[in-house]
Ligand binder design. Structure first.
Ligand code: 8OZ
Length: 366
């Protein structure tokens, strides 16, 4: 047959694992620091996610798999019965409005502080390398401390934390999970050589630095089935004092290895692309799209025109929008109509109540 393929844009349905998404507009994972007591999702969070259910897919804010995985105030967890119950209300509300929602599984590793850790313990990391900068604690900002390097005997316990987080996400009614492999948190700390100075099977050559991330992926896939699992990477992101001697080699390797699972998608944030060299020598991220054999999601700074251009050019299959989705609960409708967008208010991004969270106006009554 000699048919011309239709031009793909944000409103072309897309397949992610077993799900047919009605559009390619993904709500990016966004830390908002508005969980309730005990890091439990509360009714305010239910309303926020329900408001955004017209996304093709919602990825939740980063969510701790264990008390050791906590690194910020008022971020939600997925390790207690109350948290599962809180998230269940979120997934029910999103599903009632026809949406799909994946939970982002998170362990912060060294990006924490004894004030946030059980029994005031040191945060754990691949190596005792202190990141530059400050942790946000309930007592205000505090300089990061030198973390405790995990003993190799503790690695199965880390994998187990992801495994139970994944099981709890299933119990909470999510449609899938995204492994947070980006932005300088634990799996990324193992992957990039700026934070990994180990000399055992989890450090040194890239085959070893990638091991933890691949073992986490295998464990999470065993719970969910690979097609309902995504993973997020941030090859050029310097945030959280991250760098790598050769990001092109490191990330080409991990993407090649991730191909073997048959994941629902690969999510690559381009964050850091505009500060070339900050996280190591820059490279063309399109290379990762070419290596990857599945659904590809990109992110960072896209607007309607740039997203449609990237889709039409085959550079990506899905686009995740962060700030635009935060400020526009009905972003797909606004894009469909080419309507004006609400302006985001950075002062209310992290922490607070309904202001700057659930009170951004809709074009029409939802
Ligand atoms: C901003 C503030 C705190 C955490 C990330 C989870 O960068 C985060 C985060 C972002 O992935």
């Amino acid at each position: 047959m000699n048919t011309t393929p239709e031009k793909i844009d944000l409103f072309t349905p897309a397949q992610v694992g077993p799900y047919t998404l009605p559009n390619r507009i993904v709500m990016a994972p966004l830390t908002r620091n508005r969980a309730g007591e005990g890091n439990v999702p509360q009714p305010l969070n239910v309303e926020y996610y329900a408001q955004r259910a017209t996304a093709g897919l919602i990825i939740t804010e980063a969510t701790q798999v264990s008390p050791q995985g906590v690194g910020y105030p008022a971020t939600p967890g997925i390790h207690s019965a109350a948290q599962i119950e809180g998230w269940r209300r979120v997934t029910d509300a999103v599903h009632a409005r026809g949406g799909k929602i994946f939970l982002q599984l998170w362990h912060v590793g060294r990006i924490s502080h004894p004030l946030l850790q059980p029994d005031g313990a040191l945060p754990v990391a691949p190596s005792a390398v202190r990141p530059e900068g400050q942790a946000f604690t309930y007592e205000g900002p505090k300089d990061f401390v030198t973390p405790r390097a995990l003993d190799i005997s503790e690695i199965p316990g880390i994998i187990e934390q992801y495994c139970s987080g994944a099981q709890n996400a299933l119990a909470a009614g999510f449609d899938g999970v995204e492994i947070h492999g980006a932005n300088g948190y634990l799996p990324d700390q193992f992957l990039r050589d700026g934070s990994n100075q180990r000399t055992d099977a989890y450090g040194g050559p890239i085959e070893n630095r990638a091991r933890l991330m691949l073992e986490v992926t295998e464990a999470v896939c065993a719970v969910w089935g690979a097609e309902r699992v995504g993973i997020r990477l941030s090859p050029l992101q310097p945030f959280n004092d991250m760098r790598d001697a050769n990001p092109e080699a490191t990330f080409s390797y991990i993407v090649e290895q991730l191909n073997r699972f048959g994941l629902g998608y690969l999510h690559v944030t381009e964050a850091g692309k505009d500060t070339p060299g900050a996280a190591g020598p820059a490279f063309d991220l399109h290379k990762l799209r070419r290596i990857w054999k599945g659904v590809y999601m990109t992110n960072a700074g896209y607007d309607l025109a740039r997203a449609n251009a990237a889709l039409a050019a085959g550079e990506t299959d899905l686009v995740a929008f962060g700030v635009l989705f935060l400020a526009n609960p009905d972003l797909p409708l606004r894009f469909a109509r080419n309507a004006p967008l609400n302006a985001p208010d950075p002062a209310t991004f992290y922490g607070g109540g309904a202001g700057g969270y659930t009170d951004y106006p809709f074009l029409e009554n939802p």
